[in-house]
Design a protein around this ligand. Structure first.
Ligand code: ADP
Length: 165
């Protein structure tokens, strides 16, 4: 039986830290769905469609990867996709409490689904989409922390923003 996992997140935008989890996850799972999970009441820097497009460009044509988006109860998406595993990454201790709570509530909601964690690669320890946006928004260089295409899109976004004032 093919092992399928769902890797959910906001991916606003995808970073090298996410990519590291994706690459390492594919060593254990045959198929991975990268799921842009969003809240329709919150707008991110990138629209959901843009986030998905960026992910697709970054992961390339890998038949083991599917990119999708969803807003709703995650365990229902996972069940309907025929998966049994939610893949998540762990960075600092500060991720732990939130991830622990999420994993427990998701297990309570559906006992057939397990959350599996991969520890961040040490290079990506402090790489979060939020910090990347913060740094890039103030003109700091985030080269090396995000794929090249994301770097370009961030520069475009913030250039447009400052032109608009
Ligand atoms: P972020 O916190 O960067 O906004 P997301 O909400 O998109 O990220 O996170 C999706 C998943 O990817 C979460 O499990 C998160 O802990 C994990 N993740 C994000 N960045 C990294 C990283 N640098 N190393 C390992 N895991 C990460």
């Amino acid at each position: 039986m093919e092992k399928l996992a769902v890797y959910p997140g906001s991916f606003d935008p995808i970073t090298n830290g996410h990519l590291d989890i994706i690459k390492r996850g594919l060593r254990f799972f045959d198929q991975l769905i990268i799921l842009v999970a969003y809240n329709p009441n919150k707008s991110g820097l990138f629209a959901v469609q843009e986030r998905m497009d960026l992910i697709r460009q970054v992961v390339g044509d890998d038949p083991r990867i599917r990119v999708d988006s969803f807003s709703g109860l995650l365990v229902n998406y996972v069940r309907d996709a025929g998966a049994q595993v939610i893949l998540r990454g762990l960075r600092a201790l500060s991720d732990f409490e939130y991830e622990f709570q999420m994993a427990l509530i998701n297990r309570r909601l559906n006992r057939d689904i397990e959350t599996v964690f991969l520890m961040t690669g040490y290079k990506w320890f402090y790489t979060s989409s939020n910090l990347i946006k913060e740094a890039a928004g103030h003109g700091g260089s985030v080269r090396g922390l995000v794929p090249e295409i994301v770097l370009q899109r961030l520069q475009e976004k913030y250039a447009n923003r400052s032109e608009r004032g």
